[in-house]
Design a protein around this ligand. Structure first.
Ligand SMILES: Cc1cc2nc3c(=O)[nH]c(=O)nc-3n(C[C@H](O)[C@H](O)[C@H](O)COP(=O)(O)OP(=O)(O)OC[C@H]3O[C@@H](n4cnc5c(N)ncnc54)[C@H](O)[C@@H]3O)c2cc1C
Length: 463
């Protein structure tokens, strides 16, 4: 480091912190950058593991192309050509109720039915449930600007049956949240705007005539992308692109504090080391403990963002051991059915190269905000839950070729009612500290693209 070289610290080596490092280095190549990571490896929750012929994701297995930050990062890293789209096998998901499975009706854009026929033909809802679901355009619009929970919004617009059997399981798969607490403003503002501007979501979709929405069945699979060699490719490509950056793994930061250094100006100490600027790219609770001495009010606001835990049980099985040759992307399970599984995701149906053709790779999601106690079950108990669910839904005999269990404790931020106000307060308090920025999945979105965008923005603001 030279006397006049700017020095920056990024705390947290997940995709948010590494994106911040990448864009900081790109914009200011002469800067000296250090990434502090408490664990032994970089990547945070993103981790790809190989088990023989199986390529297994421990958490995220794809990202979406909108918002564009993640795909833009891949372009900047020169790995865009390595990205896979989903396989056109049976490109839809199913809803599991009892021993039966029902396809997610075509034309469903998250919660909005854009086509009538598939709903009318579906055996998932009762006749009353269908009528109520499809008559959303007759429901008077609410005029309140106040935040509303997903459950309240969805039941009000579409009725309890569509909420319980379709909307709740679809949203739980994404946010692993309690829909009674999940903020519409923070997670699905698009639908709030539709109600306000068009009086109804069905009407808004008809007016916009988005063909993508009409072809959808729940998720927009055309927007899914995954690196051929797994999500950890993102992490490896970033670190390879940053030979000048210092990565300090196994280094838990306990505090950051403003400091005036006579030789190097105003800046921050990270534990005892001086830097001109700092980006806190850890979960909000960890950021809170680091700033509590400096700014208790900021620490308090950061601590207000709660988290949920979940577990992923991985089953690598022989295709011949499945009773049905299930080719869909996955099965989601409504909470109202009292089961223990949130979803079964058929990774090898979604993306090519996840195992051999005569094998199937399945990931079973358990826990989340609604059943977080399940995450503490023993591995063999979690395994049994996953195998039983696979057997009930698809039919499974024999033993898996391999299994694995990943627990993600307090890793999924919960965007509860009032989240946007809390984040605004955090932003204002952070703005009061020159040379301090925040990034990460706690604030502006939990998906990988939002995390990349947060890291990039923090880097731009810092310089
Ligand atoms: C099970 C699961 C499935 C998911 N599936 C998808 C998906 O399919 N698609 C998608 O887009 N998103 C998905 N997500 C969300 C997405 O993967 C995450 O939101 C994102 O990877 C979080 O990145 P991050 O860098 O903000 O946080 P993290 O990955 O949590 O990284 C934060 C880092 O900070 C470190 N740290 C914490 N405290 C300190 C400290 N005091 N000092 C130093 N370091 C510290 C931690 O060790 C960690 O490495 C999923 C998440 C989970 C958990």
């Amino acid at each position: 480091m030279t006397d006049h070289q700017s020095t920056y610290a990024i705390i947290g080596g997940g995709i948010s912190g590494l994106s911040a490092a990448f864009y900081l280095q790109k914009e200011k190549p002469e800067a000296s950058i250090t990434v502090f990571e408490s664990s032994a490896r970089l990547g945070g929750v993103l981790k790809t593991v190989r088990h023989g012929d199986f390529l297994v994701e421990s958490s995220a297995d794809m990202f979406v192309t909108q918002p564009a930050a993640a795909i833009d990062l891949c372009k900047d890293l020169g790995i865009e050509g390595d990205l896979l789209q989903t396989q056109p096998v049976d490109d839809r998901a199913f809803i599991g109720l009892g021993k039966k499975m029902y396809p997610v009706p075509k034309g469903l854009s998250m919660m909005v039915p854009t086509l009538r026929e598939p709903i009318l033909e579906s055996k998932l809802l009762s006749d009353e449930g269908k009528t109520r679901f499809l008559s959303e355009d007759q429901v008077e619009a609410a005029n309140s600007p106040a935040d509303e929970s997903l459950k309240s919004f969805a039941v009000r617009r579409f009725g309890i049956e569509a909420y319980e059997k379709i909307i709740q399981p679809m949203v739980s798969g994404i946010y692993t949240a309690d829909p009674d607490k999940l903020s519409m403003h923070a997670t699905m503002q698009r639908f709030v705007d539709m109600e306000r501007e068009h009086g109804s979501l069905i009407t808004a979709m008809e007016n916009n005539r988005d063909e993508g929405d009409r072809q959808a069945s729940g998720a927009r699979y055309g927007m899914f992308r995954a690196p051929a060699s797994g999500m950890e490719t993102l992490i490896e490509s970033i670190t390879t692109a940053l030979p000048q950056v210092t990565f300090k793994t196994n280094t838990m930061v306990s505090s950051v504090a403003p400091k005036h250094n006579p030789a190097r100006g105003v800046g921050w100490t990270v534990d005892k080391e001086f830097f001109n600027g700092v980006i806190l790219a850890t979960p909000a609770a960890a950021a809170a403990t680091m700033v509590v001495e400096t700014d208790p009010k900021l620490a308090n606001a950061l601590s207000g963002i709660s988290t949920a835990s979940s577990a992923i049980v991985v089953l690598g099985v022989s295709r011949a051991d499945l009773k049905k040759d299930f080719r869909g992307y996955g099965i989601i399970y409504p909470h109202v059915d009292d089961g223990q599984v949130i979803a079964l995701s058929f990774s090898s149906n979604k993306f090519a190269g996840r195992c051999k053709d005569d094998q199937v790779l399945i990931r079973c999601f358990i826990g989340g905000a609604m059943q977080s106690e399940l995450v503490d079950l023993k591995d063999d108990q979690l395994l049994q839950i996953a195998i039983d669910q696979l057997n009930t839904s698809v039919g499974f005999k024999g033993d898996p070729i391999f299994t694995d269990v990943f627990r993600w404790k307090q890793c999924m931020p919960q965007y509860h009612l009032g989240h946007l106000d809390r984040v605004k307060e955090i932003e204002e308090l952070v703005n009061g500290h020159r040379g301090l920025e925040i990034a990460g999945n706690s604030y502006w979105g939990v998906g990988v693209p939002a995390c990349v965008a947060s890291g990039k923005l923090a880097a731009e603001r810092l310089i």
